[in-house]
Design a protein around this ligand. Structure first.
Ligand code: FES
Length: 513
């Protein structure tokens, strides 16, 4: 992503590349093939490899450059959906199991970090949830009661979040949460998987997934992988046309990083109840000559493909932050990421249908880091015939309410975000260098990108998932689909499912779709 100012950076993690395994030259037979080498796929591969299983992980990109590189890596039981909502949707026992599963995930990650000696800055930290200015404290009152019933250890009221430069008012304190450097953690997992005989293969795009016993995954221009079990760990499933996609929705979320003097904000996780809500944490900077920390602030979510106003959203984040943290210096980072949020507030983890040997993990919303570990224990227990306490709660086949999810970040407002922005059709000549636009001709819509040299590439604007028209995302230089969140790079190459195929190129003068 090119930054809005041209000086800021698009990720707070400037890390050397993670070394993947060599691309196999021949077809492979394995026990488990995992599609997607983000936190979820690699957590599953790690536990499976530690249990002695033969594992192959493939990813269409390089390792550690997907959504896991865009997370702010809060490891927390403060979920996007409030516990009183989870109680209403899943009962008191469901809310309790959800809280337990994330606490167990944090503990398991901590033990992996210790056991594998991964230098990833894993730290236990407190989390604070406070009321946004001008709101009543009713939401927190309800949340305290429900979260306590859900068994959150040590949950308490505080008069204010300690040592912050602004008055938060009464807040909820969730002790013993954690934070981590996600890419360093991924690197440690990849090395451990490889030490245990597993393969992690980059730039291997799964072009076809055929479930079965055994099932097959076809790598584009590469080998076929035959596996007893297939796992689709690609944020949202890429093998199915509609089933799961009708139960969840995609959101873009926005993040900035600001330089602050070292130690001026306590290392903790902070959330407000604003609409959209803000999430904040501190990261110690280690770059040579740096004598400060980084304050990482996120929020301003909108449904994918509904808006193209990232600069305005980053600006809103900056204003919010400077009003509360006056010690902030320059904005050093800006980026955005994508989450999939289910209608009932919980992820789906498990077999994609009774008797299937293909498993999915999706709908993790803003809790992907911990859900990755929940999925790893759940699936490895399932394959080994062990009972897992969370299997029924996260069963993808559970009944899910049909209304569009209203994530905590959007609840109660921002109506303007729920309708697509009108797509302005443009003429070819009006598209500046480095930008894209939808051009309509003879009733057809074309996704047209003009590169920095002035050359033009044209694709059909029809998303290859189910045919909705994509829209241009000028911050990410991508084509985003408002229907189920597929994304394609400026040249039409698919980067986020559920689409599995690239946008269809259109030669100059072609009128066919
Ligand atoms: Fe389903 Fe585009 S993501 S139609």
């Amino acid at each position: 992503m090119r930054s809005a100012s041209g000086r800021t950076r698009s990720s707070w993690m400037q890390e050397p590349a993670i070394v993947s395994s060599g691309r196999p030259r021949h077809d492979l037979r394995t026990e488990i093939c995992i599609i997607g080498a983000g936190i979820t796929g690699l957590s599953i591969a790690y536990l499976a490899a530690r249990e002695g299983r033969r594992v192959v992980v493939i990813d269409s990109g390089t390792i550690g450059d997907g959504e896991t590189a865009r997370t702010t890596a809060h490891l927390t039981q403060v979920l996007d959906r409030r516990y009183y909502e989870l109680e209403r949707l899943h009962g008191a026992r469901g809310a309790k199991l959800a809280a337990q599963s994330h606490a167990a995930a944090i503990e398991r990650m901590e033990s992996i970090v210790r056991q594998e000696q991964i230098p990833c800055g894993f730290k236990r930290a407190s989390a604070y949830l406070f009321t946004s200015r001008g709101q009543s404290g009713e939401e927190l009152e309800r949340e305290f009661v429900a979260a306590r019933r859900a068994g959150i250890q040590g949950l308490e009221w505080l008069a204010r979040a300690p040592a912050l430069p602004f008055e938060t008012g009464r807040c909820l304190h969730f002790p013993n949460q954690a934070q981590v450097h996600p890419v360093r953690y991924l690197r440690g997992l990849v090395e451990a998987i490889q030490r245990n005989g597993g393969l992690v293969v980059a730039r291997a795009h799964a072009s076809k997934v055929s479930p079965g016993r055994p099932g097959q995954v076809t790598v584009k221009d590469g080998p076929t992988i035959v596996a007893d079990e297939i796992v689709v760990a690609t944020n949202t499933p890429v093998h199915s046309r509609l089933a799961m996609h009708a139960k969840q929705a995609a959101y873009r979320t926005f993040v900035i990083g600001l330089a602050i003097p070292r130690g001026s904000v306590p290392e903790a996780l902070y959330y407000d109840t604003h609409t959209p809500y803000h999430y904040v944490r501190v990261q110690q900077r280690e770059s040579p000559g740096s004598n400060g920390d980084l304050l990482i602030v996120g929020g301003e979510d909108h449904p994918t493909g509904m808006r193209d106003d990232a600069t305005m959203r980053w600006g809103s984040l900056e204003r919010w932050t400077r009003e509360r943290f006056p010690m902030c210096r320059e904005v050093t980072h800006r980026w955005s990421g994508q989450v999939f949020e289910s209608h009932d507030g919980l992820a789906s983890i498990g077999r994609d249908g009774k008797g299937s040997h293909l498993s999915i993990i999706t709908g993790a919303a803003g809790s992907g880091m911990t859900y990755g570990m929940v999925a790893a224990t759940l699936l490895t227990d399932m394959w080994s015939g062990r009972k897992n306490p969370y299997a029924a709660l996260y069963d993808p086949a559970r009944k899910v309410r049909k209304r569009r999810p209203e994530p905590a970040s959007l609840a109660g407002g921002s109506d303007h975000d729920s309708d697509p922005a009108p797509t302005k059709a443009r003429t070819l000549a009006s598209i500046p260098r480095g930008e894209g636009a939808i051009v309509r001709r003879s009733g057809h819509a074309y996704a047209v990108y003009r590169n920095e040299e002035g050359g033009v590439s044209r694709h059909s604007a029809k998303c290859t998932h189910l045919g909705c028209d994509v829209v241009w995302n000028s911050a990410e230089k991508s084509w985003d689909c408002p229907c189920h969140g597929s994304r394609f790079d400026r040249h039409g190459k698919v980067v986020t499912g559920p689409a599995i195929d690239d946008l269809r190129p259109v030669s100059r003068g072609s009128r066919k779709r």
